[in-house]
Design a protein around this ligand. Sequence first.
Ligand SMILES: O=C(O)CCC(=O)C(=O)O
Ligand SMILES: [Fe+2]
Length: 375
Amino acid sequence: MDSTTIEEARSTSYIEARLAAKDDPQYASSNYTIPIIDISPSFSSSLSSRQSVADQIRSACTNTGFFYITSHGVPLSSRETILTQAERFFNTLSRQQKEELHIKKSELGLGWEPSEYTSIAGDVETKEGFNFGYEAKMDKSGGDGKYRNLDGSEENKNMWPGEEDLPGFREGVGEYYGAVLDLARHLFRLFALSLSLPETHFDHMTTHPGGIARLMYYPAPKSSALPSPPMTSESPDAKSEQIGLGAHSDYECFTLLLSSAVPGLEILLPSGHWHIANPPPNSFIVNVADFMMRWTNGVYKSTIHRVVNRGRETRYSVPFFFSVNYDEVVETLPTCLKEGEKSRYKPIRAGEYILERLKVTTKDGAGFYGNEDVF
Ligand SMILES: O=C(O)CCC(=O)C(=O)O
Ligand SMILES: [Fe+2]
């Protein structure tokens, strides 16, 4: 693995700078709202209709990097199914059945992630997760037959619960993955248009794309630790023991996040305030991630966010981290550099960068495989 990729993936300077920044008065109040973009015109055969959606995406991405999309075409039944499967996974499987799928058996951070095993920012996190990656058979395009995993191996490394333990799980989860992957490819074209690139600019980079989906479980805090629910969209301070998932940016192109009705996602505004996301019904939350920031030389913002469950019910969510093919190199687009301007980011290899970032979430930074004693 090349040293630039490792160095860049392990650098914490970006996140530290964003956490420390408190100087943009535009975002000082809790009046900020995340834009809602109705993407139905983007399915039109008219380029100007598609461009009008792309323009709204550009505005959101240059602002805070978060937006909600509605009329996206992912059926309600698929969205309900995946949230139900998440609930079944965490509540029906025994500890021992989950142990069989433990992330420590994976070289790639796939499988069941108990709350104590990984931590993004060193906080004690309350979350549990179940991670799974791309399989050509979940891709409606069928892929290009060239799928390579993060380490270049041909074989898929997903760990699935047995059909007898959770009947229908794999099918429901696979169907959702296919639908959300289609949506991600569609959005990627809009991102291309938003950057004044040909609509198909990124298409060849997503023929066997990286894309980890995560089922997430955030238990309600114990009543003694229950933080008072916020009265506004601005979040009160969270004590570290209440953190569901620590402050971080996502690593890939962008994330499509589906969640149950229980709130919890908080995004860091440039003023230093945490804003509580409140997605409209039937929407996805979309956020720019690091690859998009690197391609655009920082014009598109990969925004820091975290999860704090302040309620009395369990929160379930399903982020889908959409990446280019893991063997692609991500480097600043020449069209995003003004004359004479230099790139702020070095070129990196997609899959290796993601794997390094994931490894850092284990306490000693050594990765998952055989790593029994991380905490
Ligand atoms: O669960 C959520 O709402 C967000 C999850 C998230 O940010 C992540 O897994 O990167
Ligand atoms: Fe995230």
